[in-house]
Design a protein around this ligand. Sequence first.
Ligand SMILES: NC(=O)c1ccc[n+]([C@@H]2O[C@H](COP(=O)([O-])OP(=O)(O)OC[C@H]3O[C@@H](n4cnc5c(N)ncnc54)[C@H](OP(=O)(O)O)[C@@H]3O)[C@@H](O)[C@H]2O)c1
Length: 358
Amino acid sequence: MLGSKNVLVVGTGTIGEPLIGLLCNFKAQLGIDDVLFHKRTPLLTDRSKVQNLLRRGARLVTDKDRVSGFESMGLKIEMTTEEALEASRVVVDCTPSGNAMKERWYEKYEDSTDLFIAQGSEFGFGKQYARGINDEVLVPGEDRFLQVVSCNTHNLSSLIKLFGLGDEGPGNLRNGRFVCMRRSNDISQDGSFVPSPQVGGHKDARFGTHHARDAWHLYRTKGDAYDLNLFSSAVKVNTQLMHVIHYYLQVEKPVTKEELAARAVADDRIAVTYKTTANSVFSFGRDHGFCGRILNQSVIPLDCTHVSEDGTEITGYCFTPQDGNSLLSSVAAAVWGLYPETYDKIVQCLRPYFFQEV
Ligand SMILES: NC(=O)c1ccc[n+]([C@@H]2O[C@H](COP(=O)([O-])OP(=O)(O)OC[C@H]3O[C@@H](n4cnc5c(N)ncnc54)[C@H](OP(=O)(O)O)[C@@H]3O)[C@@H](O)[C@H]2O)c1
């Protein structure tokens, strides 16, 4: 018998798999009755993953025409997609096809399901959201579709907040420029590796790449005053470890490097570090994070920050904690869907995976 506060995760890839595990581990603290997960393709290579998610208490869902494929591999299907959508209060889409899924499935279940959440690639799915950036704009009952922005967009948005806006607000940031040095693929993925750095185009006339565009939209949910001057570029590098962002911010109110360091240390969504390599930061996450994930928005190597002599130009680097920041926002959004008044307190159970220093 299912409870009433059920969460369905669609997709078991790089984001879906750890999210299902996280929801199962913290089910009681997060106030979730049942964690359901949808897997589309019955694959022997994925059987061990599914078996372990079942062992951790999640319930397997697939499309009607895929049921026999899973059963022939010895995997018990608890529900079809239709039944799971009917039974779930919140659906977290973790596929690169969230917009298509919205059209095919989600819009038909708006009466039974309170909230649908999609991930970074699904621009247009719903209101952009990143934990700690625009929580105050979420409207219970009205926001039924949310898009958790991508991991690099989380990172650059947190830098904008910390160093660009500070206490002064949107008028303080003259402009923000970002170069996202992206790992080729995740360690869980076999495809898409590049043998050498591969530079990307600037398809967006105003923002360069989707990272600055999405950050602009994220901030714009906070009001018309947030018409930020942002631009981003992206280059894929031949590593599977962490993304690194190079940033350059011009601000109105002069600052010192010491003031910026104090802000970073005081912000519990930011981790500071004296490490300078992606492998050492990644390795810390592997040993101390949740399934290897650091849930902070950004990891900033403070010693590498530069402030111009007049205090108005800030340059530096930061590490993007893989998909950890998207995972945190996905959990926070899902719990908001169940408990809009108290979600903020509820998600504090994930505090052990936030670090002040990495
Ligand atoms: N990778 C990251 O570090 C990262 C970080 C932040 C955000 N994101 C975002 O998260 C989303 C998913 O990325 P990912 O890297 O996790 O992808 P992924 O590893 O390729 O996994 C995709 C998953 O989606 C399922 N899927 C794909 N199309 C589907 C469809 N039409 N219907 C049902 N299931 C479908 C696949 O199921 P089957 O294998 O069973 O067919 C697979 O489980 C994207 O929006 C991405 O931008 C990714």
